[in-house]
Design a protein around this ligand. Sequence first.
Ligand SMILES: [Zn+2]
Length: 279
Amino acid sequence: MMLVPISKPLQRALEALSNETGEPIPQLVADALSHGLGIPVHTLFQVSTSGALVQGIYERAVSSTFLLNYGDFGLGTFDNLDGEMVVLDGVIYQVRSDGTVNKIVDETGTPFAIVVKFAADQDQTIASASSFEELRAICDRYRDSDNLFYAFRIDGHFDHIHTRAMKATPKGLPLAKAAAIQPEFDFRDIRGTLVGIWAPQFASAFNVVGYHFHFLSEDRTKGGHLLECSGTNLRVRVEKLNDFHLSLPESEEFLRADLTKDPSKDLAYAEQPHKKENV
Ligand SMILES: [Zn+2]
């Protein structure tokens, strides 16, 4: 602990900003120092847990624009699972189940999201990836540990992208059931960005283990939760994340939920394609 005297106007400004954004003062000071000294803070900020989502807790935990205090890059979903969230370059996009993409500028809430202030520590180009599986294997080369979190930003031309977008779902319907009726989309020859988080095995109680990517087209009109892809000449940027901030909801629904079960099996099911049951 270090005590640093600061002037009254600085203190007042800090307090005002903290009141306005809801961010604690130590966080604001750390952010300002990190910015001033040019040292990125590699913090992952997560709202709620994947376990709560699996249990059908789809109610707003925070407004999605609140996330921008903590990151400019990430993914998640919206109240009642109404679409897939992609946060890219400080803008929040909602990919809805009818395939449309909205820019979120209002107070639309989110029950689950994960964001980071993206500052790549690796910047590479890969010639091609013929499948999502191959892309994951290539991304593995840029991770030097299985025990940290990583953010991946992949930009370029994709020969093929296959996504899904969750449909607004009544609360309480378990995620695995909701995911079984999700619309899927197929895109060919499309430029865009994959926004991804890699989470270690030990995070299985509260996050999606391994790779989790959402796609957004360059013209910001198409996207979704990534199920399959292939591409050429892809720019891969990677950020290693050694700090984690978990913000838990205080809704009655969350406080009373039974979160003792291991959500990983239902979550793995929900993350996969369900072509036959598609509606
Ligand atoms: Zn997703």
